[in-house]
Write a protein that binds this ligand. Structure first.
Ligand SMILES: O=C(O)[C@H](O)[C@@H](O)[C@H](O)[C@H](O)COP(=O)(O)O
Length: 266
């Protein structure tokens, strides 16, 4: 059975016995947020990331979710994307299409992927422009604090170095405050060119989920969640602090193995 704990500004931490339990819990969470958002706003604007996360949301293609989720109301975005051809194995779009989008009845015009035929800088600018149009029509809500887009849900993975989206440690894009979407050409992980949401956009969302599995990420999970003191390095994932939204961590046991687990409850 999953255990969970509320960690003040670090959000709710859910730890799962197995990947299967995590996938089911994650699918339930997404389906519930979708239902609430469609009821409240008539649409569900969700931003995906890349990596193992996309395998873990695969349960959404199965019963009961494939029948019960109101797919026609979904609008899909990417919190980060690699600037490669859309049929390239590194493309987050391709991974999402193969694993989810082609298997459920999402409206093709609701899928907002980046333009990969231009430079990373231009792709980021164009993507921000298209999000601005959808904020105007309120397909994407807007933050009352700073006019940032307010996605119903942003799904993030995390690397062993604590990066989320394409916001890597010690990269100057972590300090971007004015752009909604920015770019890098020097990713420490291939491919080098990527576009990414900035922290203000991530922290404006109604809901953010960070999904992390495997013991190679246990130290980064500890540094991102526990009270570790100022002398420890602060990974980008620790900077995810939704201003008015809710943060939930979905972890398996190996990823949670270095957490201070004094107060978890069944
Ligand atoms: O496009 C990307 O590379 C990502 O969005 C990135 O932030 C990813 O989510 C993490 O690197 C975790 O990836 P894994 O879960 O595959 O380790």
């Amino acid at each position: 059975m999953a255990v969970s704990e509320a960690r003040d500004d670090r959000g709710e931490v859910r730890i799962h016995e197995s990947l299967d339990e995590l996938s089911t819990n994650l699918a339930d969470y997404i389906a519930e947020l979708s239902e609430a958002s469609v009821k409240e706003r008539g649409v569900f604007a969700i931003a995906l990331s890349g990596g193992s996360l996309l395998d873990l949301i695969g349960k959404l293609c199965e019963a009961p979710y494939n029948q019960t989720v109101d797919w026609a109301k979904w609008y899909i975005f990417w919190a980060d994307e690699r600037v490669v051809a859309k049929n390239h194995t590194d493309s987050n779009y391709k991974q999402a299409k193969d694993g989810l989008l082609s298997k459920v009845p999402i409206v093709p015009s609701h899928v907002h992927s980046i333009n990969v035929s231009v430079s990373a800088e231009e792709a980021a600018d164009e993507y921000e422009f298209s999000i601005r149009q959808l904020v105007k029509t309120r397909v994407v809500s807007v933050s009352e604090i700073d006019d940032c887009p307010k996605f119903d849900l942003i799904l993030l993975g995390m690397g062993p170095d604590g990066h989320i989206a394409s916001l890597f440690p010690n990269n100057s894009v972590l300090n971007k405050r004015d752009e909604w979407v920015t770019f890098i050409t020097d990713s420490p992980e291939p491919p080098p060119e990527r576009i990414t949401f900035t922290l203000p956009v991530i922290n404006s969302a109604f809901n953010v989920a960070i999904v992390v599995t495997g013991d190679s990420k246990a130290e980064a999970v500890h540094l991102a969640i526990d009270d570790v003191g100022r002398d420890c390095p602060s990974p980008p994932a620790r900077m995810v602090q939704p201003m008015r939204g809710k943060l939930v961590w979905f972890l398996d046991k190996p990823a949670a193995s270095k957490l201070d687990r004094s107060q978890f409850s069944e």
